[in-house]
Design a binder for this molecule. Structure first.
Ligand code: HOZ
Length: 436
């Protein structure tokens, strides 16, 4: 396969290394686990990313989830431009915040009151604070390989870049804080029951990605989510469902709608802001009204409910709601076609691949599988994944640069992109098997 020229990207990377730790503003962008040179993006359109050297790639990470309608989707671009003409920020309340909140609540009945924030990290961190205040308890349960942003207590056995770089936790998190987080295996209700019995009356909340995306895609086993709901209710703990990745992606009402689940608190991000920095947390009124200025839990943000983010979110979520009957079946069909098409190529090439997929999020694990928790995901052949990633990139397909991240597609990915991806995989698997 001819090597793709990335001269401009290389120059930009060299400059970035003198400016940012590791040359990046978020660790997963550094390509450390897959090798090769990260392209620098100049612009994007529909399903394509274009780099600084003019190379074009089919995008399978979609800004890590938000670009469900494709890049530079005209209604979103127009909404942002219109809002920008009225100023980028006020630090005061606007009508658009209420408009987007009403739209979100219509899709998520579990949300009776909510707050906008600027990122998923803020959303989960704030939800945990509310849960601790509501229960008067300190401990939380999270699951190995789940990633809920980079606040101190949530970096214990986390997924995403933490798993990718093989870091057990993070330096700089005091032991006293890490000890309050119990990290349990996903899909194991007995482990949750045991933790509640060992720490009776101490656990404020269970937080989870209902479909794990940050250890690669791992779906919940049948009955698992309902089991967590029952256990948390029995023990007076809150269930916090982190839908930063899954909200508006797996269905309009996210995993809660897909699996018929209720939650005490829900966190959102990514799609809700249409690609602009935005997150939200919300849930039962009795818990959310603990927040200042009504209650004693403090949480704030100058850019919370930022007008540009509200405009992009309204355009994106509004479109999804209006076209839900066609959008979600289209995403399912396209995802199934590309995900299973690549598996068929792997099988032809004699490469062991396990596909985990829920709607338009999936992972090809370089493993014989099955993969139902982080321990199993971690046995994947990450070296083979790295070879595959580099070969796909050179063939014009940009996958998330880690075995432990989910792939996403959007409504802009059509048959031409799917066929091109499967053809690229055919030659990439040859590269995987050729190198020893
Ligand atoms: N949680 C996202 C990836 N799984 C964030 C991307 C990043 O860390 O840059």
């Amino acid at each position: 396969m001819a090597e793709t020229s990335r001269t401009q990207s290389r120059a930009l990377q060299n400059r970035a290394e003198g400016l940012f730790p590791g040359g990046v503003n978020s660790p997963v962008r550094g390509f450390r686990s897959v090798g090769g040179e990260p392209p620098f993006v100049a612009r994007a359109e529909g399903p394509y990313l274009l780099d600084a050297d003019g190379n074009r790639y089919i995008d399978y990470f979609g800004s890590w989830g938000p670009m469900i309608l494709g890049h530079a989707f005209p209604p979103v671009v127009e909404a942002i431009a219109k809002a920008a003409r009225d100023s980028a920020s006020f630090g005061a309340s606007t009508k658009a915040e209420g408009d987007l909140a009403e739209l979100v609540m219509a899709c998520f009945p579990a949300i009776e009151r909510m707050r906008f924030v600027s990122s998923g990290t803020e959303a989960t961190m704030s939800a945990i604070r509310v849960a601790r205040a509501a229960t008067g308890r300190k401990r939380i349960i999270k699951f190995e390989g789940c990633y809920h942003g980079h606040s101190d207590g949530l970096l214990v056995k986390a997924g995403s870049g933490v798993a990718t770089l093989g870091i057990p936790g993070s330096a700089g998190v005091p032991e006293e804080i890490a000890q309050l987080t119990l990290a349990l295996p996903f899909n194991d209700l007995e482990a949750v029951k045991a933790a509640f019995s060992t720490h009776e009356g101490e656990i404020a909340a269970v937080i989870l990605e209902p479909v794990v995306g940050n250890a690669g895609c791992i779906p919940p086993a049948a009955g698992y989510l309902a089991g967590l709901r029952t256990i948390t209710e029995e023990h007076g703990a809150l269930l916090i469902v982190d839908e930063v990745m899954t909200g508006f992606r797996l269905s309009l009402g996210g995993a809660l709608e897909l699996y018929g689940l209720d939650a005490d608190l829900v966190t959102l991000g990514k799609i809700i802001g249409g690609g602009l920095p935005c997150g939200a947390f919300g849930g039962k009124r009795k818990f959310m009204e603990l927040l200042a200025p009504l209650g004693p839990v403090y949480q704030a943000g100058t850019l919370s409910g930022n007008p540009l983010a509200m405009a992009a979110g309204l355009a994106t979520v509004g479109y999804l709601r209006e076209h839900a009957a066609s959008v979600y079946p289209q995403l399912e069909a396209a995802s199934k076609a590309v995900a299973e098409g690549v598996v068929a190529e792997a099988s032809q090439a004699g490469v062991a691949l396990t596909l985990n997929r829920v709607g338009s999020m999936w992972t090809w694990f370089f493993s014989g599988g099955p993969i139902s928790d982080y321990t199993q995901a971690a046995t994947s052949d990450t070296t083979a994944f790295g070879r595959f990633h580099r070969a796909m990139l050179d063939a014009g397909v940009w996958l998330p640069p880690s075995q432990f991240e989910a792939m996403f597609l959007g409504t802009a990915h059509g048959p031409a992109e799917i066929d091109a991806t499967i053809a690229a995989a055919r030659s990439a698997f040859a590269a995987v098997t050729a190198v020893v």
